[in-house]
Design a protein around this ligand. Structure first.
Ligand code: NCD
Length: 307
């Protein structure tokens, strides 16, 4: 990795991505070989927003590398409740850990926090901004199932507030991937993300109906409507439940289609789809461990962390 902090997927070159994915594959092939590698290192987990997969897979990843974790716990139990600023909290916590993972509801918070700390800081989701480590495990899953070049990917759902979408779309510009975005008009990709994609020469098309592109897709990446980010609950209700897939919808898709979702799902994917060979979202969630092990291994090595 060229940079110590991982804040945005826009930092990642194709070589960076491939280095992480290759190491994750090595780890996956023989996980026990890595179990002493970072003995003595500590990872700080700072989650200011709910998390199951990201928090637990970082925790597991660090422990499987032989290291330990310190978890800030819920915001209710911390000095944030006494009015402490994010910058102060992070400056204190960096003294307890060799690397930090931060999730926070404000877009830009990870970038800001990274300016106050010297240990590597990983953005585990900043509001509707970015979620680059989710992207790494998404790409790992895609590479295993569909390859990463000369493929057609459809990204569907909440493209406006979905941070996993923003990170994934930008990372995919490093590969020979045709990107189709499917959403209601009100949840289109944010303008800045669209501009960046066009700037990088990506092949991008937008649609309001999945039927328009489904048959062409090698990967369908479904996302949850991010209810918690809507300023107005009525606006959420207008679009809730609009973009759902069931097994019937997949009749028109390639048999080799890979269906992905960063999870948690609400009702975007009917449970019956789970039993199809196309469903890869649980495998995708499990890939969070080897991919985050690979990333932590590289970040800790770069900063001379314990080995
Ligand atoms: C995602 C997130 O937090 O952005 N979850 C995750 O990390 N897998 C997606 C979501 O919450 O919809």
């Amino acid at each position: 990795m060229r940079q110590d902090h991982l804040i945005s997927a826009t930092q990642l070159s194709r070589a960076d991505i491939e280095a992480v994915l290759d190491r994750a594959a090595e780890i996956d092939a023989d996980p026990t070989a890595w179990q002493e590698r970072h003995a003595g290192s500590v990872l700080g987990l700072c989650f200011f927003e709910p998390s199951t997969r990201t928090r637990m897979s970082f925790d597991t990843a660090m422990k499987r590398l032989g290291g330990q974790t310190v978890d800030m716990g819920s915001v209710e139990s911390t000095s944030v409740k006494k009015g402490e600023t994010l910058a102060d909290t992070m400056r204190v916590v960096e003294g307890y850990a060799d690397a930090l993972v931060l999730r926070h509801p404000s877009e830009g918070s990870a970038k800001m926090a990274s300016e106050f700390v010297d240990v590597p800081l990983v953005n585990a989701g900043d509001g509707a901004g970015q979620h680059p480590t989710q992207t790494l495990l998404d790409l790992y899953t895609m590479r295993e199932n569909a390859g990463l070049d000369d493929i057609t990917v459809g990204i569907m759902g909440d493209l406006k507030y979905g941070r996993t979408v923003h990170s994934l779309a930008s990372a995919l510009t490093n590969f020979d991937v045709r990107q189709h975005f499917i959403s209601p008009e009100s949840l289109r990709l944010p303008r800045n993300v669209r501009y960046d994609l066009h700037d990088s020469g990506a092949q991008v098309r937008e649609h309001t109906e999945l039927e328009a592109v489904l048959a062409e897709l090698d990967v369908l990446y479904v996302t949850r409507i991010q209810r918690e980010r809507f300023p107005d609950e009525n606006e959420y209700r207008k679009v809730a439940g609009e973009y759902q897939i069931d097994t019937d919808d997949l009749d028109a898709a390639k048999e080799s289609l890979t269906v992905m979702h960063p999870l948690p799902r609400v009702d975007e994917i009917a449970p019956a789809v789970d039993d199809t060979d196309q469903a890869k979202y649980f495998e995708q969630a499990h890939n969070g461990v080897p991919v985050r092990m690979a990333l932590l291994d590289m970040l800790l090595d770069d900063t001379g962390g314990a080995q």
